[in-house]
Design a protein around this ligand. Structure first.
Ligand SMILES: [Zn+2]
Ligand SMILES: [Zn+2]
Ligand SMILES: [Zn+2]
Ligand SMILES: [Zn+2]
Ligand SMILES: [Zn+2]
Ligand SMILES: [Zn+2]
Ligand SMILES: [Zn+2]
Length: 1657
């Protein structure tokens, strides 16, 4: 004791010196606390260096066999559906991955925080309780359990120390004084420093607090933000440090300010700094304890013992109880520390867990009360620990036996709900507080936990205590029996909708509890019988909705009903009858287990009374459905809806039906039917003593009759409950599933939703689905569906009792349609039901009792008389169904037994039978019953069949065979006729389908005409040999282009126009975007647009949907869109009007510019003269001439800077023209409107591609046009390769049209720009190829993408012909040679690039000498292929010459290249050798500086995703935010382009982008995808598409469960697997530049008004 006081004195002095010295907690605090406080404690504890001891303890392996990992919010947990004792048993990611359950049926869920991993808990799992990791722990721990005792000295010191420290923690955390400390902690000097501490509450919003703080303590927004988020996380925070007065001032301001905004002041306290210091240290001690006791079982046990030992002070609870009881008063941070401490100590040790559980139960009521008046969430309340205790089966049993925990829990609920009890001791929830009510309901969870596992063995004590609890439970049910009664409203509509949700939410909470109680009872005969007795006497003592009238006699068919009257339509009724229903449930169990034989010893049953209230409730439902209760408002409709809904029906509607079946089996059938008639208020209608002409009333009677007949169908036919017949639970589920699938094929998740769940959240669907249904796999979209198997269709019952009205008619339609398609008759007879069990067998007698037959006959008679207002088709249908049920029953019995055992006789031969038969025969001809014809026929035939069976089985042999024969013949004939008709119908359908296909085809063709996109490649079928010889697009041997007049129709004004250079422009919709789909170095960007870097980091793509308009029409449309959109403020925020975006008027795809259509230039070429020229114009000569021209131009520009403009250049020019004496005056001018459109398009390309403000005069404008041309071609080539399609002929028309337009547009670009600028660009580009004119600023040939270079050069070279004064054009022949030599030059450069390939260089470091020739040749062929393909596409679009085959040789000849490309070097030896020498010289000098690349370039694809989704979740689980170190919930998000894992939706990782704060994903997309992004949000299992900062949409993740469904938000939690097809689709979306389009499309579908801040992702 002394050393304890000593220690406290030390703390009293030290703690205030270490903690709370600054306004903010500083890093020194922790250092000082370690060295001055915690380390000394550890030295004292271990008596030596703590590191050494801890090491020793750990080595002895005495750590836990339980995992016990506490889940953070958002962490993924796993539960095994095969092995978990109940769904609350979960595993952490690590344990799951290492467990056997990985291969089982598991579920994934997202933890809401607080729970812990149950790995290693033997009671939580049926098999495989431990993962590999914790299995080793368990064996050693078992071994050590006996001797895990600590060394005596340590044990003693630990006890002493722990006692003092835990006491200290408890004292300080529950300390409520703000200014003074307990005596023993009073420091020698008291400083005058205080803290103003702000507490968390659930009333004020985040923004309120920030606002208040900024005003009250004048801090920056950032500080206020930090304060607020910490208050939210920790529960409190010091917002000011200073003198008492200054803190007082701050407090006042905070309270005033917060009161102003939300009427309620924030909670602020002023704490002395020493108090704060001790509290901070207590928290630190908490984590210290966790660490120390996790190292050794021995220490942990000491801790548990100290925590639970009774306090030495009398009347005071144990330390742990003190902390628990104070829980609701503590702030969040302190609670969390304590809960974690409890989890890692008391809950880890079986024995101490038991003791703790008893302690917990003892305080249960108080704890719940505290929780209910507290405003924090349950996850941070100590009451949330109940799940850890109550779900352990052995503990639950002990708590029942020793603590009577069932009674404790129910008493707690009842006390909370007592304020809602009315004078009759029934609940009445009008005006309840929904928040409080919600908290009370949580208590029911505990009851469920306790009951989760049924006992295997019953002891007497358990029986007694359980029944005691059961009695309390009945007490609560009695308060619900008859609650919220309603009375039918007459005249006026009700004014106030009565409260009903509260009652139903309790009913829903009780649903599983009720069935669990029944299961418990059923597991022991004695308990079952005694429980029945208790329940019976409770029911008899309930006095809800009593009778008022005296019993009277009523007569029908010579039978007398002696009963007390009750009119549901006039007297109060209720849907809440839990006691009656529980009794019905128990009765069924009595039947099932056979205990029913002892029932008479326990209770005397009045079955008519049992059924009275359930019957009234069913009548109420019928009357509501007959619209008799319209004036009672929605609340009643909702109640009746839920009464029969899947969420409630098993303990409501179903039990009422069972109760009626019980009664029907015990009461005389005539009495029973008369009773039902009377409660339905139809008795007088059917005994003929009342009639009316009131149409309304007649309608009502008809509706009620329908409902009543339906009820009889149900009572007789619904036997799929164990106990009522011999079925199993599987049979029940199977039947439900069949009936659901008879409505329509369904997805797995919809089936699950439509089936009742048991207490383990299982529906049993998986066990039966494969027997009753076949699975149809999903395509690239949509989901997998189940279809009912054919052989199960005979189970279909159109009057299945769980069908809603609409389901019933849907199912009936579907089945009739199916039958018609199969050519069968459309009768839907009742299925053959399983036979009733003994106790219920007398129910079938209803079918032949006089009163029911009388009712049926009356219904049919009215139909035969056809008095339209007195019958309905539905009535006849139901009556017929009943008759069919009777016939089936008799038939089944006759077939199965010999006649003596047949107990059922429908008396066909009797007068009743005959009249029924006669009526039916007459109905056959009734036109208004056309739809029922087949069913009537079926029933009539059944009459005959049964008659035959009777006759056959009777000794009096068959006589009436002939009589039936013609009937049968007629039927056969009818059948054949029907079949023929069906076949004819089928044939007709087929023809119709063909017709419509043809029509469609026609429309398609027509549409094509209408869209007027020129046919691609194959079109025209050129007269073969001549042209095919000349499939050459480059050089003097160039073929002839097939150029047709293009006449197109404008999609806006529908007028036709020919595309002509001088005509008004026609334009094509287009979308320009930056693209990284080809990048070889994701995330980098190079800046010289003149030389596209071979990494193709960011290209400019121009796509088109291929729709054509007049430029003038488009302009009008565009302006109109702009105007209307601006006037509608919020609409279509997705369209960026400022940047010229619009939607294609026809197909709605997103566009941001138009490409003008420019006709192809035919440039006829005279072969002979071309060849003649060729003899003169050799390659070296050509270079010479070009160089001369360039030098001339250079000199001119230099000179123009100076004084003399015309001396040398002239001679150069002459030289140029002399030698390339083939030029023409430029005859091709464009019309103004084409010129304008060229500018529009070029400016957009420039603006978007370079992310700069538009400037049509910028010198980079033409470059960007060439670039987008080159890049678009490369993207198309890459896409075709990726999809394994041939280069030519596989593009869609719209794509090809777009591509051609882009090429022609960029070719025309040079005419729009200053010729000097173009000439300059040309010189720059050529300079990179011809080294001796190399400028310093042109990059090495290895640093340029050759295809971009080629396109640039080819499109720029005509500018060389241009003179300032004369518009000159190169002639066709010049052009041919220019193309040829440029192509040769660039190709050779590219071969060089390929040979310096990274791979080649690595394999053969000195490849020039080492590499075998064939290897190099092969590498080159493969490496250069993409370039050649692109070049072929380019020249095809440029010249219009028919394309070649897609094969290297053909491409080479198309491009006028030798098929052995190396021979190029050979052919141009003279020129090339000197060039090469320079290249090589240059290469040798610079090689080290150059990053070598691989050719062909790698094709980008989306990153590889794991097949199993849990692998991704695993990654997410280990994800650490790169910026923040706190353990807050994070949203790890995966970039599908590069695989980067980002921290999205979190302030920690926000970045600045163009001056705005954006989330990590947006920032990443900007660099990774040039603004476009595709991300997988891992926890949400959802793909996010993003484009240009503010736009985004979600997309289904490419993961499917076994049922072919996606699972956004992991709501269902089934195992998920990668769907390669769907992932492929995402890949294509990206590669085809359709992400933006997809976003726009999805936004159109979704809510336009809903503006999500995508940029914050
Ligand atoms: Zn674990
Ligand atoms: Zn484990
Ligand atoms: Zn398992
Ligand atoms: Zn037009
Ligand atoms: Zn379109
Ligand atoms: Zn990325
Ligand atoms: Zn972060």
């Amino acid at each position: 004791m002394d050393c304890g006081r000593e220690l406290l004195r030390y703390l009293a002095e030290q703690v205030p010196r270490i903690y709370c010295l600054e306004a903010e907690p500083c890093p020194q605090e922790e250092e000082l606390a370690l060295s001055l406080l915690l380390q000394p404690l550890e030295y004292f504890l271990f008596g030596e260096d703590p590191h050494v001891s801890l090491e020793k303890l750990q080595q002895s392996g005495a750590s836990s066999q339980l995992c016990g990992r506490v889940f953070k919010e958002g962490e993924t947990t796993y539960s095994c559906r095969d092995c978990a004792i109940d769904p609350t048993c979960v595993l952490c990611m690590d344990c799951f991955q290492n467990s056997i359950h990985k291969g089982h049926r598991y579920k994934m869920h997202t933890s809401s925080g607080g729970g812990f991993c149950d790995c290693g808990d033997l009671e939580a799992w049926k098999t495989g309780p431990c993962c590999i990791k914790h299995d080793q722990g368990s064996t050693s721990a078992l071994k050590l359990d006996s001797d895990c005792a600590l060394e005596a000295g340590l044990q003693e010191r630990a006890q002493k120390l722990f006692r003092v420290l835990l006491q200290y923690i408890a004292d300080m955390l529950v300390w409520e004084e703000n200014d003074i400390l307990p005596a023993e902690l009073q420091p020698s000097v008291k400083e005058d420093t205080y803290y103003c501490v702000l507490y968390n509450d659930e009333h004020h919003s985040y923004d309120h607090v920030i606002y208040t703080l900024r005003r009250a303590v004048s801090c920056s927004h950032k500080e206020a933000n930090t304060h607020t988020s910490l208050i939210d996380k920790e529960g409190r925070r010091a917002v000011k440090r200073g003198t008492y007065e200054s803190c007082q001032q701050a407090k006042r301001l905070i309270q005033e300010n917060s009161e102003q905004i939300s009427l309620q002041p924030l909670r602020v306290e002023i704490l002395h700094s020493a108090v704060m210091a001790h509290q901070s240290f207590s928290m630190r001690l908490g984590t210290w304890f966790q660490q120390i006791i996790s190292s050794s079982v021995g220490l942990r046990q000491v801790f548990c013992q100290v925590a639970l030992e009774p306090s030495p002070t009398a009347g005071r609870a144990s330390l742990i109880s003190r902390l628990m009881l104070h829980d609701a008063k503590l702030y969040k941070g302190a609670r969390k520390i304590i809960h974690e401490l409890i989890v890692c100590s008391l809950l880890m040790e079986t024995e101490y867990k038991r003791l703790f559980a008893i302690e917990f139960t003892k305080h249960y009521k108080q704890l719940q009360k505290d929780f209910i008046s507290d405003d924090h969430e349950r996850s941070i309340s100590v009451t949330a620990l109940s799940v850890q205790i109550f779900t352990v089966p052995t503990l639950a049993r002990q708590l029942i036996e020793e603590g009577n925990v069932i009674k404790v829990i129910i008493d707690t609920v009842m006390e909370m709900l007592s304020e809602h009890l009315d004078n009759n001791n029934r609940f009445h929830f009008q005006g309840y507080n929904s928040d409080k009510f919600f908290r009370i309901q949580v208590i029911f969870h505990d009851l469920r936990y306790i009951l989760i596992s049924k006992p295997m063995i019953w002891t007497n004590k358990l029986r007694t205590q359980f029944l005691e609890g059961f009695r309390t439970f009945l007490g609560m049910l009695a308060c619900m029996q008859g609650m919220e009664e309603v009375k039918r409203q007459f005249g006026q509509h009700i004014e106030v909708e009565p409260e009903w949700e509260a009652g139903f939410s309790i009913q829903m909470q009780l649903r599983h509890i009720l069935s669990m109680f029944q299961d418990w009872c059923a597991s022991d005969e004695e308990v079952l019988l005694r429980a029945f007795k208790e329940c019976h006497s409770t029911l008899m003592s309930c006095c809800n909705q009593p009778f008022h009238g005296e019993a009277t006699d009523s007569y029908m068919c010579k039978h007398i009903l002696h009963a007390r009257p009750y009119r549901v339509s006039q007297e109060p009724v209720t849907v809440h009858l839990p006691v009656s229903r529980l009794l019905a449930g128990l009765y069924i169990h009595l039947c099932r287990t056979g205990a029913i034989v002892h029932l008479h010893e326990y209770a005397h049953c009045d079955f008519a009374y049992f059924a009275e209230h359930p019957l009234r409730c069913l009548v109420l439902a019928a009357q509501v459905s007959a619209e008799m209760w319209r004036r009672n408002g929605l609340s009643l409709v909702s109640q009746v809806y839920y009464y029969q809904d899947v969420k409630c029906r098993d303990e409501m509607f179903d039990k009422d039906i069972i109760m009626l079946q019980i009664a029907a089996s015990k009461i005389d059938p005539n009495d029973f039917v008369m009773l039902v008639l009377q409660r339905f208020e139809l008795f007088e209608v059917f005994n003929g003593s009342c009639s009316t002409k009131d149409q309304e009333l007649l309608k009502q009677w008809n509706r009620l009759t329908e409902e009543m007949l339906h009820l009889f169908i149900i009572i007789i036919g619904e036997r799929y409950i164990p106990g009522i017949s011999g079925v199993t639970k599987e049979d029940m589920t199977m039947r439900e599933v069949i009936h659901l699938l008879c409505i329509e094929p369904m997805a797995h998740s919809s089936l699950v939703k439509a089936l009742p769940e048991n207490e383990s959240r299982e529906t049993g669907l998986e066990n039966v689905i494969s027997t009753v249904a076949t699975f149809k796999k999903p395509g690239v979209s949509g989901h997998g569906l189940y279809e009912v198997k054919k052989e199960c269709l005979q189970e279909f019952n159109p009057f299945f009792y769980h069908y809603s009205k609409s389901q019933r008619s849907k199912a009936e339609d579907a089945q009739k349609k199916r039958k018609a398609q199969e050519g069968c008759d459309k009768a839907l007879p009742p299925p053959v039901p399983p036979p009733f069990s003994q106790a219920f067998s007398s129910i079938v007698q209803l079918l032949r009792c006089d009163v029911l037959l009388h009712v049926l006959r009356q219904v049919l008679q009215k139909a035969v008389e056809d008095t339209t207002t007195q019958w309905t088709e539905a009535m006849v249908q139901r009556a017929m169904h009943l008759a069919a049920q009777a016939l089936l029953e008799e038939k089944t019995q006759l077939e199965a037994n010999n006649e003596d055992d047949v107990t059922f006789d429908f008396n066909i031969g009797s007068e009743h039978g005959k009249s029924l038969f006669d009526f039916l025969s007459k109905l056959k001809g009734l036109p208004s019953l056309e739809a029922q014809k087949d069913m009537i026929q079926w029933t009539l035939q059944m009459f005959e069949t049964v008659k035959c069976l009777r006759v056959k089985s009777s000794p009096l042999a068959a006589t009436s065979m002939d009589q039936t024969k013609p009937e049968e013949n007629i039927q056969d004939k009818e059948k054949a006729e029907r079949k023929r008709k069906a076949e004819a119908a089928k044939h007709r359908q087929k023809i119709m389908a063909q017709m419509s296909a043809m029509q469609k085809n026609f429309i398609e063709t027509h549409k094509m005409l209408y869209e007027n996109v020129p046919e691609s490649g194959a079109q025209g079928e050129p007269s073969a040999p001549m042209v095919s010889k000349r499939r050459v697009a480059v050089g003097p041997r160039r073929g002839v282009a097939l150029i047709e007049r293009e006449v197109l129709t404008c999609i806006l004004c529908q007028e036709e126009q020919e595309v002509k250079a001088r005509a008004p422009a026609m334009v094509l919709t287009a979308c320009v975007q930056r693209s990284t789909v080809l990048t070889q170095c994701r995330g980098k960007e190079t800046y010289n647009p003149l030389f596209m870097h071979p990494d193709l980091a960011v290209g400019t793509h121009t796509g088109s949907c291929g729709h054509v308009m007049h430029a003038s029409c488009w302009q009008k449309y565009f302006e109109a869109v702009q105007n209307t959109s601006r006037s509608r403020l919020h609409a279509e925020p997705i369209i960026d009007l400022e940047n010229g975006e619009y939607m294609c008027p026809l197909c709605k795809s997103l566009c941001n510019t138009v490409v003008p259509l420019i006709p192809l230039d035919p440039l006829p070429l005279h072969l002979e003269s071309a060849e003649l020229v060729g003899q003169l114009l050799t390659f070296p000569r050509w270079i010479e001439i070009i160089m001369a021209r360039i030098n001339g131009l250079k000199a001119a520009t230099q000179a123009s800077g100076k004084t003399s403009p015309n001396s040398k250049p002239c001679s150069c020019l002459e030289y140029f023209y002399d030698h390339i004496h083939c030029f023409l005056p430029n005859s091709k001018k464009f019309s103004d409107s084409i010129g304008n459109m060229l500018t529009v398009c070029a400016t957009t390309v420039y603006r978007v591609g370079l992310k700069v403000p538009p400037n049509e005069l910028d010198s980079r404008v033409p470059i960007m046009s060439w670039n987008t041309c080159a890049f678009t071609i490369q993207a198309v080539e890459n896409m075709l390769l990726d999809e394994d399609k041939p280069l030519f002929g596989s593009l869609q028309n719209r794509q090809l049209a777009g591509l051609k337009a882009v090429v022609q547009f960029s070719a025309a670009q040079r005419r729009k720009s200053s010729q000097a600028v173009i000439q300059n660009h040309f010189m720059g580009m050529l300079g990179a190829l011809i080294p001796h004119m190399n400028d310093e600023d042109s990059p090495s040939v290895l640093e340029i993408d050759c295809f971009h270079l080629l396109v640039g050069l080819v499109l720029a070279i005509p500018a060389l012909y241009q003179e300032e004064t004369v518009d000159l054009e190169p002639s066709a022949i010049s052009t041919a040679y220019n193309h040829l030599y440029l192509l040769h030059l660039v190709t050779m450069a590219h071969i060089l690039q390929v040979m310096l390939d990274d791979g080649l260089m690595v394999t053969f470091p000195r490849f020039r000498t080492d590499a075998p020739g064939w290897y190099v040749a092969d590498q080159v062929r493969r490496g250069i292929a993409p370039f050649l393909r692109c070049a072929a596409l380019f020249f095809n679009c440029l010249t219009g010459i028919s394309p070649p085959e897609d094969q290297l040789e053909a491409l080479c000849s198309y491009l006028a290249l030798p098929s052995n490309l190396f021979s190029l070097f050979e052919a141009h030896k003279e020129v090339v050798s000197q060039l090469l020498q320079r290249y090589l010289f240059w290469l040798l000098n610079f090689l080290t500086l150059v990053v070598l690349r691989k050719y062909p370039r790698k094709q980008n694809r989306l990153i590889d995703l794991p097949e199993d989704y849990s692998t991704l979740l695993n990654q997410a689980c280990h994800f650490q935010c790169p910026k923040a170190s706190d353990d807050e919930r994070k949203h790890p998000t995966l970039c599908l382009f590069c695989g980067a894992m980002l921290c999205s939706q979190s302030t920690c990782c926000q970045e600045q982008l163009d001056g705005a704060e954006v989330g990590a994903c947006t920032a990443h997309a900007a660099s990774c995808g040039a603004g476009v992004g595709m991300f997988l949000r891992i926890r949400e299992c959802e793909v996010v598409l993003m484009a240009s900062k503010t736009r985004g949409s979600t997309y289904h993740a490419p993961y499917l469960d076994d049922y072919g469904e996606t699972d956004p938000q992991l709501g269902r939690g089934n195992p998920l697997h990668l769907s390669p097809e769907r992932y492929r689709k995402l890949h294509q979306l990206w590669q085809q530049h359709c992400i933006l389009e997809e976003i726009v499309r999805s936004q159109e579908v979704v809510n336009v008004m809903f503006a999500f801040e995508w940029q914050m992702l």
